[in-house]
Write a protein that binds this ligand. Sequence first.
Ligand code: ATP
Ligand code: MG
Length: 649
Amino acid sequence: MSETIENLFQEERSFPPPEKLARSANAQPEIYESAAADPHAFWVEEAQKLSWKSPWKQVLDDSEAPIYRWFVGGKLNVTESCLDRHVETTPDRIAFHWEGEPGDSKSLTYAQLLAEVCRTSNALKELGVTKGDTVAIYMGMVPEIIVAMLACARIGAAHSVVFGGFSAESLRERIDDASCTAVITQDGSWRRGHVVELKKNVDDSLVGQQTVKHVLVLKRCENEVDWHQGRDHWWHDVVPQQSDQCDAEEMDAEDLLYILYTSGSTGKPKGIVHTCGGYMTGVSATFRYVFDIKDDDLYWCTADCGWVTGHSYIVYGPLANGATSLIYEGTPDHPEQDRWWKLIEKYSVTILYTAPTAIRTFMKWGEQLPVACDLSSLRLLGSVGEPINPEAWMWYHEYIGGKRCPIVDTWWQTETGCIMITPLPGVTTTRPGSACTPFPGIDAMVIDNEGNEVERGHGGLLVISSPWPSMLRGIYRDPERYKEVYWSQFDGLYFPGDGCKIDDDGYLWLLGRVDDVMLVSGHNISTTEVENALVDHEGVAEAAVVGRSDERTGQAIAAFVVLRADVVGHDDLIVELRKHVAKKIGPIAKPSSIVFTPDLPKTRSGKIMRRLLKDISEQRKLGDVTTLANADIVEAIRSGSSSGQDADE
Ligand code: ATP
Ligand code: MG
């Protein structure tokens, strides 16, 4: 019988934590043992680090599994943990340094942030927004997006942040799904020197829409906007005159904090539900230990607040810990491709958390750009969003981390709320391409199709075997889909949908989505491992592979390759790349076709959309492309791919 997923790629390099960091790290080695001995006690201790209005009566209620409730009966308002308590002790501490794309900048202390949140809360109340409402937030990366999220949380309204790159239709779909009563937006948002007309998209999305009563509009780009009297309100007309005091609404630990739609790599997005107490416990604890945050750190997460990474690790986790963060409004290539490195130099960033897609783009642009900037302030690097190819990891380590910064490759999902599998920077010896081990208090396993745990050295399906505080509480208004998607495969186990292998030392290696696994001549091969082997070649910056149906082998591997700057694609390179893959992971995994392309189709959060590449490879009509960020590349690949060589020797 064939393996659930083959283990092909071997990575021998390893990196112990720097001694100095290890000595003073927030997480010390004992954390694993003590959390394993009593996971509930571990989470309780973390929950107690937050501000509660009244204590919980029960840690976990699993009587209606898979609907789990944490810290049952506890009352809190998450903004008090994020703001009020820091304002009492360190009001002048900077919460955010913000840099706009055009180069303007601003810093907000904790006291200023709380005051602005209160004013905005009061403005929302004046517009009739109350506890139990849901507010859509459709903005760019300006400080006010964070203010808007926290203002909702302060008055007990749920927020549903919709990434500012989404179209009017996608926004409408999400507004309708959550029956939002208000929308917070901007006139426009800067992107690569151009104005994205957010307000216009909101107008378009609200045509004939019934539930939205008010639209609050921040002036940012000064572009012309249409105005709907009575419905639309300028931020500067209704917020500044409000009182800077606003009592924080008492919320149950299990009250709705937010709805967030998944990034949609696999199709129709799911409205993931997160609640107050457990979510805050998970994000606050993981932020403290995984990023080892200290008072003098300057932390920069490059995500957008439209994604879960922005929710958990720009807003709630860092603020719960009183951290000082940088946020940046624009794209990495504006005005030049070195903007990020200039920002790190300017603000002396110490911790950088970004995504493999960005790292691979920088590899493509070349290391001369970061090398020309002073990145010596950095002490810790993070990665999230996709498996990071070992070669991209090494590039990150060498050119961004100056070979001195540990890299935390953090595996998690919108659904998990917080980081689940990750190194701890002062404890774990890392391996390029491995997310290493479950976070303390988290139980993960790799199982085969029958639900049996695989032996070390083998691949299979990742499952989480016990509930955790920040887990999703469901898919909004769709309890059946929640059970079906995550809990129906294996009894009592949460199934995230990702493949994984476990090595001889118990390290976990994420292998991409199970749906993407290719079946080639009876072997289940993960896309990740073939992509890793391709990116291992010095000429390659990025690669995506898919299984194209094939009469002889079931599926044949079709590869799409983005080369590094200065490397030219030609037929000899195709032969060389196929040999390279064969040598690295075995002849079975050799791509049957390789197409060079300047870019890959990506979701708006930057993840490779393999299902579209599969459609192209099998010359089908394309599936849902609404979440595609770079639609023009699909045509380019489609025309290039017909000439892509099919070499079978
Ligand atoms: P959808 O569920 O709508 O298809 P999505 O899964 O892309 O969208 P997210 O919740 O943003 O939406 O992404 C979570 C997924 O990203 C994980 O299930 C995993 O496939 C991938 N992922 C995230 N971090 C890592 C990581 N460090 N290593 C490997 N894969 C990762
Ligand atoms: Mg997903």
